[in-house]
Design a protein around this ligand. Structure first.
Ligand SMILES: Nc1ncnc2c1ncn2[C@@H]1O[C@H](COP(=O)(O)OP(=O)(O)OP(=O)(O)O)[C@@H](O)[C@H]1O
Ligand SMILES: [Mg+2]
Length: 619
């Protein structure tokens, strides 16, 4: 199986599960609204009983008034007819409103529950599932459920009511004709069953492929720039074409079943009516001419109407059944998501919460994202409060991984990570993370104002503090130049701001929050010298009086740290000050040589670097 196929495998597999337990669990969501739901159900019942009286009115009209040419009492009859239909109108109006309200409430509750769950979902989950598919869960799966609440289940019950009411009425009117009318019902059921099976399969396919389409779009639209840069449009278009084609074919296939099914049902219905007329004629016509038997004409009219009325719910039943099944499948998927165990959560009795001093210790840490693919091997080190450590190493050596583990985005397989002497797994998760300020390689900005992006929802941070933080990291200058200053809106994902500016904003964030530990994952991308200097100053400002773990690429940053640790293929190979490490002429020395020659070639080193850098001035 290709990776792609594997990725979507789960999506396909679940489609076959059908579970009454799921239905039972769904009913629980109705609980808070049971009064409204019961009322709606009663109204559905009444509406359908009223519908089944309609042909009886026809019979009375024909037999009691039209054929005998009578007019006395006709106004009363008309009034009754009108009354019944008025009631039916009112009942079904109220029922529709109530049902929809309940459906919307339940969807609202579900969406909230899913979102809350997703918020606490561990990061490994997002590594595994494409965002497009997660979005499908919260949108179309919930919609499928809504359809069930508003048209599926209740209508199925209503349909059953109407079917039984009609059959009862028919037997009451004329049992022989009733039997003739019912002859076609088994055929109808067989036909319906065929349709249900195929349409359901088709429906599953439509849904699965829709999820694929969403996942694809999500990925390619977020990567639009890369796609264009790589001139990969035609390849992407081809792939999109395939997915789009699959989706269309799945839709067309279901349409095929629908387009055969409905006319077929009509045909069977017409056949049934023909049967009724034929047998009516066979039995009654010879006697009709000899007056007095006219009463049967009304019955015939009523039976024709009853047959039509009977076929409709049987036909719809299959459709509703599909809606029901689709909803069950959708909710099954939703429940799987809701039931996923989250391993990374606060322990029941956290050993530690609140503010910290900022001591970090890794004790023989082994970590793999998958299986035994060790990314970190037996890493041990300690950072004292206020100390700053630079992590250096080749790309993929595990630097970012170390910072992820420290904030417990993943759990280690072996060993321990301690913050202030307490295992991160024994910490209150929220408190643990609130002690970190993070400036990541890829700064993420939300849509909202610059100010919102610095504050990140923390109400304790007022405007003055934001301005202060921005000034401290020198972000103030460029923010003021924006049209609306701090109120300027940041476009999605920070489009419209340079990498350096985004970094400065995230430094301001870090300073405004003022936590004890700073994690800085420097961007590797080169920025112009002026911004480089600005950022360097910002880094220094934010590192002051804090424990800092810095994934550093810039010499200036590295040298300012108290200690440098060199990671190589997941192992901690060297540790010491800049000079010590150069002295042993090992990995760091080689990295330094590489970078230094690079800097000389490409970037003019910041002016202050040379004077403070013994090695640079040595060479
Ligand atoms: N979410 C993930 N799932 C699986 N493997 C991952 C994941 N994130 C990183 N890796 C792997 O772990 C290894 C270490 O990655 P990490 O991001 O820690 O490297 P790094 O030292 O920060 O590199 P860089 O300097 O490029 O940022 C890499 O081989 C990477 O492929
Ligand atoms: Mg990294």
């Amino acid at each position: 199986m290709s990776v792609e196929a594997q990725k979507y495998h789960e999506e396909d597999a679940i489609g076959k599960t059908y579970d009454l337990k799921v239905a039972g669990r769904l009913l629980r969501y109705l609980k808070p609204y049971w009064k409204t739901a019961t009322l709606a159900l009663t109204l559905t019942f009444l509406t359908n009983v009223l519908i089944s009286t309609q042909p009886y009115f026809t019979k009375v009209a024909v037999d009691d008034f039209i054929t005998p040419k009578r007019t006395d009492g006709v106004w009363l009859f008309a009034l009754a007819f009108f009354g019944v239909f008025l009631l039916r109108f009112l009942f079904s109006y109220a029922q529709e409103i109530l049902l929809n309200r309940v459906g919307q409430q339940v969807m609202f509750d579900l969406r909230t529950e899913i979102f809350t769950k997703l918020q606490h979902q561990e990061i490994a989950y997002y590594d595994k599932y494409p965002v497009g598919r997660i979005i499908t869960r919260i949108t179309s799966d919930v919609d499928a459920l809504n359809e069930m609440f508003t048209s599926g289940v209740i209508d199925v019950l209503g349909d059953l009511v109407i079917i039984f009411a009609i059959i009862g009425m028919m037997f009451w009117l004329d049992w022989k004709l009733a039997i003739v009318t019912l002859i076609t019902v088994p055929i109808l059921f067989a036909c319906t069953n065929w349709f249900r099976k195929h349409a359901r399969r088709g429906f599953d396919r439509v849904r699965t492929r829709n999820a694929k389409l969403n996942a694809f779009l999500q990925e390619y639209l977020s990567g639009a720039q890369t796609v264009q840069l790589m001139n990969a449009e035609s390849k992407a278009r081809k792939r999109f074409h395939e997915i789009n084609d699959d989706y269309r074919n799945a839709n067309i296939e279901t349409i095929y079943y629908y387009s055969v099914f409905y006319p077929l049902v009509d045909f069977i219905g017409a056949f049934g009516i023909a049967l009724v007329i034929f047998s009516f004629g066979y039995e009654h016509l010879p006697t009709l001419s000899s007056a007095g038997e006219a009463i049967s004409i009304g019955i015939l009219a009523a039976f024709i109407q009853y047959s039509l009325q009977l076929f409709q719910p049987i036909r719809d039943l299959s459709d509703k059944f599909n809606v029901l099944q689709a909803a069950i499948v959708a909710s099954h998927r939703i429940f799987i998501l809701l039931d996923l165990d989250i391993d990374i959560k606060s322990p029941e009795h956290p050993k530690k919460s609140g503010k910290i001093d900022g001591r970090i210790e890794f004790q023989n840490v082994w970590f793999a994202y998958k299986g035994e693919d060790w990314i970190l091997k037996d890493i041990s080190f300690a950072v004292e409060p206020g100390e700053s450590i630079a992590l250096v190493g080749h790309t993929g050596s595990g630097k970012t991984t170390i910072t992820n583990l420290l904030m417990r985005f993943y759990d280690v397989q072996k060993g321990k990570i301690l913050v202030d002497g307490v295992d991160v797994r024994d910490w209150d998760l929220h408190d643990l993370r609130s002690n970190f300020a993070v400036v990541l390689q890829d700064v993420f900005l939300f849509s909202g104002s610059i100010e919102d992006n610095i504050r990140l929802g923390n109400k304790e941070i007022d405007h003055d503090r934001i301005e202060w933080a921005a000034k401290e990291v020198r972000a103030d200058d460029f923010v003021r130049k924006l049209d609306d200053g701090y109120a300027s809106l940041v476009k999605e994902r920070g489009a419209g701001l340079s990498v350096g500016q985004k970094q400065l904003i995230s430094f301001a964030r870090a300073l405004a929050f003022d936590p004890k530990i700073l994690i800085l994952d420097e961007a590797t991308s080169s920025i112009d010298t002026e911004t480089e200097q600005l950022i360097q100053q910002a880094v220094e400002r934010v590192m002051e009086k804090r424990t800092s773990l810095v994934v550093a690429h810039r010499l200036s940053t590295i040298q300012r740290c108290d200690r440098i640790m060199v990671l190589h293929h997941g192992e901690l190979r060297e540790s010491g000050t800049h000079n010590e490490l150069l002295g042993i002429r090992g990995l760091y020395w080689r990295l330094y040589q590489l970078q230094y020659s690079d800097e000389k070639l490409h970037i003019s080193a910041p002016a202050n670097l040379d004077s403070e850098n013994p090695i640079a001035s040595m060479s």
